[in-house]
Design a protein around this ligand. Structure first.
Ligand code: PGA
Length: 257
């Protein structure tokens, strides 16, 4: 059987509520033909549209994800949303530690660690943990160290139950939203570094059983083909190219071929 491929759409804060629902409906209709494929497809809309998008995707293969989560499960945390609320809203996935949150909300790896722990404790939701170096770190040859450090801070001391899935998204910050993906060979190399680091930290059995590693950063229908078939890349996290049903469909078709 062909290996399952993961494609996650991150709609960020780029669509109004009505645009979000319209795109969700379009995707549900257009993607029916993918029902039998080896794809694991999830869409992460804004918080305020989660319930309605969830209803649209009911009875389809498209899963629902959130773009963020808070680490406590109850209390005086104005403006925050916890993992059990996401579960109530039928989310199967949640993005944690996206570089835009690290930049604009000054999220630290201590917070990211607590968010991962909270999601795993609730169970039933797969965290998509974003890591990746910035341009300065890349050009001064510090990428491997940065990945190692981010993985350590995120996962050391985390309890992983049998069967619990965790996705690590390698998102080089300099490629995210730039319109140009990095060289596929460089992505493959970084994924290998991530896999070997996780193997060292947690043991290869746990990594093979519980972890998937996906790439994110300016993936579109033009460049997707050069990422297909790379050994350590289990899928894609797609931003801009997921905002158009036709374009996103082309990306997905390339991934499952
Ligand atoms: P992009 O976004 O595809 O627009 O670069 C990816 C992401 O931020 O997850």
């Amino acid at each position: 059987m062909k290996k399952e491929k993961i494609v996650i759409a991150n709609w960020k804060m780029k669509l109004s509520i009505s645009e979000t629902l319209e795109l969700a409906k379009k995707m549900k209709d257009k993607f029916v033909s993918l029902e039998e494929s080896n794809i694991l497809l999830a869409v992460c809309p804004n918080f305020i549209s989660l319930l309605d998008v969830g209803k649209i995707f009911e009875d389809s293969k498209i899963k629902l994800g959130a773009q963020n989560v808070f680490w406590e499960d109850y209390g005086s945390y104005t403006g925050e949303i916890c993992a059990s609320m996401l579960k109530d809203a039928s989310c199967d996935y949640v993005i944690i530690g996206h570089s835009e949150r690290r930049k604009f909300k000054i999220e630290s790896y201590e917070m990211i660690h607590k968010e991962i722990a909270a999601v795993l404790k609730i169970g039933g939701i797969t965290p998509i943990v974003c890591i990746g170096e910035n341009w300065d770190e890349r050009k001064t040859d510090r990428r491997d160290f940065v990945l190692f450090d981010q993985l350590q801070q995120a996962f050391v001391g985390i309890d992983i139950e049998k069967g619990q899935q965790i996705i690590v998204a390698y998102e080089p910050i300099w490629a995210v939203g730039s319109g140009t993906a990095i060289e596929p060979s460089e992505a493959e190399y970084a994924h290998k570094v991530i896999k070997l680091t996780l193997n060292d930290m947690l043991g290869a059995d746990i990594v093979n059983e519980n972890f998937k590693i996906i790439y994110g950063g300016s993936i579109n229908s033009e460049n997707i083909n050069s990422f297909i078939g790379l050994e350590n890349i289990d899928g894609m996290l797609v931003g801009s190219a997921s905002l158009d049903a036709e374009e996103f469909y082309k990306v997905i078709k390339a991934v499952i071929c």
